[in-house]
Design a protein around this ligand. Structure first.
Ligand SMILES: [Zn+2]
Length: 314
């Protein structure tokens, strides 16, 4: 953490074009202040928005060295190691990763028109996506720089992720599936990353990608207050469906499916209202009951929390 503090506050270069569609019409949207640690001084980021595709991004972004110093431990804001028991306990209460991983692996497999059975999991985290890809019959390669997550990954899958950032990953053999769940919003040069993904895919192979939705009801409701999307300095890009489509289609991929995912933890409301005992149980039950039609409505209007995209290499 001392290194993090030492390099925090170092910004990268000023951006002149949209990180997704590369349009030059970009405009200041809002600013966001934050403290990385209790002791660190105040930092401030400006968020810009593309007038063409609506994608947002930090401008100037944090410097790559600053991000690398964070990610060597964790991509999920862990400040200390976590046990596999804790991760699995969290999963059994809110089985998000397992559900998302199996859905994405299965759909990626359906859209993989190549006969290549190798899959690359970029930013493999605790390893749920790699596990799901193995289950769908793939031989997997996983990459993830975070020490804390990789420890859990080893216990879950038995093999070892390559501990590098995607920028530094080198591989010559192609893949039938490339999976990026909650990764692209972290990358300073998403266009360069998608170009690299496209080069790594076999013809007919598929990219399965999940990112937070900048048009989500949470962003509309909470603005720059912390939400699933606007989390700094880790999240540097805030994608829209339009921006994400432009990004992949400029790099030799064709979008075959796009969907939105919204999941509200059933105890989020009772916690926010600081309820306990029977009122908490009642509110939780109500949220459980209402969240399915609510999520359906939000996704239908393009206001869902996450975007899932599948795109095939031409
Ligand atoms: Zn744009």
């Amino acid at each position: 953490m001392t290194y993090t503090s030492a390099v925090s506050g170092i910004y990268g270069d000023i951006l002149r074009e949209c990180v997704a569609c590369r349009a030059e019409k970009i405009r200041y949207w809002r600013q966001k202040k934050f403290h990385y640690t209790q002791s660190a001084s105040h930092e401030e980021f400006l968020i810009y928005r593309c007038e063409s595709c609506g994608t947002g991004f930090l401008n100037r972004p944090p410097h790559v060295k600053w991000l690398q110093s964070i990610y060597q431990y964790s991509g999920q804001a862990l400040t200390q190691p976590i046990t596999i028991e804790d991760v699995l306990a969290r999963e059994s209460e809110f089985p998000n990763c397992t559900v998302d991983a199996e859905r994405m692996a299965q759909q990626a497999n359906q859209f993989n028109y190549s006969d290549n059975r190798r899959a690359l999991d970029i930013g493999s985290g605790f390893g749920f996506y790699t596990r799901a890809l193995k289950k769908s019959g793939y031989q997997t390669v996983s990459i993830n720089p975070g020490e804390y997550e990789n420890e859990v990954f080893r216990k879950l899958n038995g093999d070892e992720p390559i501990p590098v950032m995607f920028e530094d990953f080198e591989q010559s053999e192609p893949f039938g599936v490339v999976l990026m769940s909650q990764v692209l919003e972290h990358l300073l040069e998403p266009n360069r990353a998608i170009r690299k993904v496209s080069d790594l895919l076999a013809t007919g192979g598929v990219l399965a990608c999940a990112v937070p939705n900048y048009n989500s009801f949470l962003v509309k409701l909470l603005g720059t207050k912390d939400n699933a999307c606007l989390w700094v300095p880790e999240h540097v890009n805030y994608f829209t469906e339009k921006g994400l489509t432009a990004l992949v289609e400029q790099n030799g991929l064709r979008v075959v499916k796009m969907e939105q995912i919204t999941r509200v933890p059933f105890n989020a409301l009772s916690k926010r209202l600081r309820l306990h005992g029977r009122p908490a149980v009642a509110v939780d039950a109500l949220v459980k009951l209402l969240q399915i039609p609510f999520a359906g409505l939000m996704n239908f209007f393009g206001l869902g929390i996450y975007i899932n995209l599948y795109a095939v290499k031409k």
